[in-house]
Design a protein around this ligand. Structure first.
Ligand code: NAD
Length: 475
């Protein structure tokens, strides 16, 4: 498939005529080509977005919502096709694309359309004053998203940006461009006004960086690695540009002596290995109370036996390939590190998948707290197990990395749950679950995991500026 940029409502090849191969990571076959966009494509997009902004901003929230709802319906009507395309771009099981990624993409658009319509202007009355807070869109904004949950995270960003009255320049990952291209087709089919959403494809350090630098792009919403996030914070800081960063994680998953073990074990496996461990929220450091360690480990190893890489396009597959050769090489490096260190105990199945970027899931024991396997965001199917003795030690372990995105705690004791949660430096804590989301709640991390929050009003506030209008009571 030839992917094209979506600029001012039209489909355009890159002005510089440069392309990147789109590769199916499960086979390493070239399945299409992707624009390697440059500054000329960006200038066209910014011009279109700037021209479209006054009209788009002047629509009512209900009018803007009607477009988002139509896009959501389009996604729902095309789940099977979109799921297959997402699987071919990412290597994730079709079961995951069809049941998680694509339905959630439709839900993101629907959620923000409906949620924004329910919001009321803030008012503060008192002290002889009547204050009203008007929220105005920022203007042209940039949305940059990663490859692990392509359409899911793309829509999670553009929906609050658009519903708030901004016009958008969006860049999906160069590794997974296809479903964003399909969304552009739906925009055209539903008659989204030209220039409201512009989608540019290409490399992060080229077109991604150019979007961030552009003076007419007034705010940046970025999801990706902490390494790139830091450079974006620097650039935006120097330009006094608003930014929000959703970055990496190295999340603790805690099973206390009061946990319901069957649920804890099956959730720990899901948290470690969903999407081949390529979810920022994956629980890759599993801390188990020493009194139940051997029991829990035995149950996890039993489940590990059933988790084998297979062709992601088969409906029964639950574990696919990593999303690119580059990323495969990175994860392989950590796999080799574990296997070459005689003090580390490795539990891993043989993989029969020899062609694509498949790595069999691994559970490790005896990995030191400061070992790179326990410190770096591997973003792959590698998780370590460790026994802890008491809650003080647990808190130290849980907080022992530069990251602070999420944590899961398994315990039937609510007081213990709250006590442990209060000690963990993180943006999200799940009790007896993982990845459960109410889209109104704040989503994001602390420390190297991010800056700002997404979700509900947190996202709407990011994409607008408040203006306080103050009357005296006698007015
Ligand atoms: P990445 O940082 O390499 O790239 C993310 C996006 O930024 C891509 O579209 C890429 O092209 C672009 N980009 C790369 N360099 C850029 C630059 N210099 N300027 C502007 N844009 C640039 O991340 P990735 O490898 O695509 O995704 C994996 C990372 O994303 C992991 O660290 C993961 O934890 C993180 N992530 C975080 C969340 C979250 O919500 N916190 C969700 C998903 C993924």
């Amino acid at each position: 498939m030839e992917i094209l940029n979506f600029i001012n409502g039209g489909f355009l090849p890159p002005k510089n005529k440069s392309w990147i191969d789109n590769i199916n990571p499960a086979t390493n076959e070239v399945i299409g080509k992707v624009p390697k966009s440059g500054i000329e494509d960006l200038e066209l997009s910014v011009k279109a977005a700037s021209l479209a902004h006054p009209k788009w901003k002047s629509l009512t929230t209900k009018e803007r919502a009607s477009y988002l709802l139509k896009l959501s319906t389009k996604i729902e009507e095309n789940i099977d096709e979109l799921a297959l395309l997402e699987t071919r771009d990412t290597g994730k099981p079709i079961h995951t694309s069809a049941n998680i990624d694509i339905p959630r993409s439709a839900k993101n658009l629907k959620f923000f359309a409906n949620f924004a319509m329910e919001q009321k202007e803030e008012e503060f009355h008192g002290e002889g004053l009547k204050n009203y807070v008007q929220r105005s869109p920022i203007g042209v904004v940039g949305c940059i998203s990663p490859w692990n949950l392509p359409l899911y995270l793309f829509t999670w960003k553009i929906a609050p940006a658009l519903i708030s009255g901004n016009t958008v320049i969006a860049k999906p990952s160069e590794f997974t461009p296809t479903t964003a291209f399909m969304l552009a087709k739906y925009c055209s089919e539903i008659g989204l006004p030209p220039g409201v959403l512009n989608i540019l494809h290409g490399l992060g350090p080229e077109i991604g960086s150019a979007i961030i630098d552009h003076p007419e792009v007034k705010a940046i919403s970025f999801t990706g690695s902490s390494r790139v996030g830091k450079t974006i914070a620097e650039t935006c800081g120097k330009k006094m540009k608003k930014f929000s960063l959703e970055l990496g994680g190295k999340n603790p998953f805690i099973i206390t002596e009061n946990a319901e073990l069957e649920k804890a074990v099956s959730t720990a496996m899901r948290a470690a290995f969903t999407n081949q461990g390529q979810v920022c929220l994956c629980g890759s450091r599993i801390y188990i109370h020493k009194s139940i360690y051997e029991n829990v480990k035995g149950k996890m190893l039993e489940k590990l036996k059933a988790l084998k890489p297979a062709n992601p396009e088969l409906p029964e597959t639950r574990f696919g390939s990593l999303t690119s050769k580059e990323h495969f090489n990175k994860v392989k490096h950590y796999e080799n590190m574990a296997k070459e260190d005689s003090s580390i105990i490795v539990h891993q199945n043989e993989s029969k998948m020899k062609e694509g970027n498949f790595i069999s899931p691994m559970l490790l024991e005896n990995v030191g707290v400061n070992h790179p396997i326990n410190q770096d965001e591997i973003f792959g199917p590698i998780a370590s197990l460790k026994a802890y003795e008491n809650e003080d030690e647990l808190a130290t372990l849980a907080n022992s990395t530069q990251y602070g995105l999420c944590a899961s705690i398994f315990t039937e004791d609510k007081t213990q749950a709250k006590r442990i949660a209060s000690k963990i430096e993180t943006g999200i804590v799940w009790i007896n679950t993982w990845l459960a989301r109410d889209l109104r709640t704040p989503f994001g991390g602390v420390k190297a995991s991010g800056f700002g929050r997404e979700g509900g009003n947190y996202a709407l506030n990011f994409f607008t500026e408040p203006k306080n209008i103050c009357f005296t009571e006698d007015n």
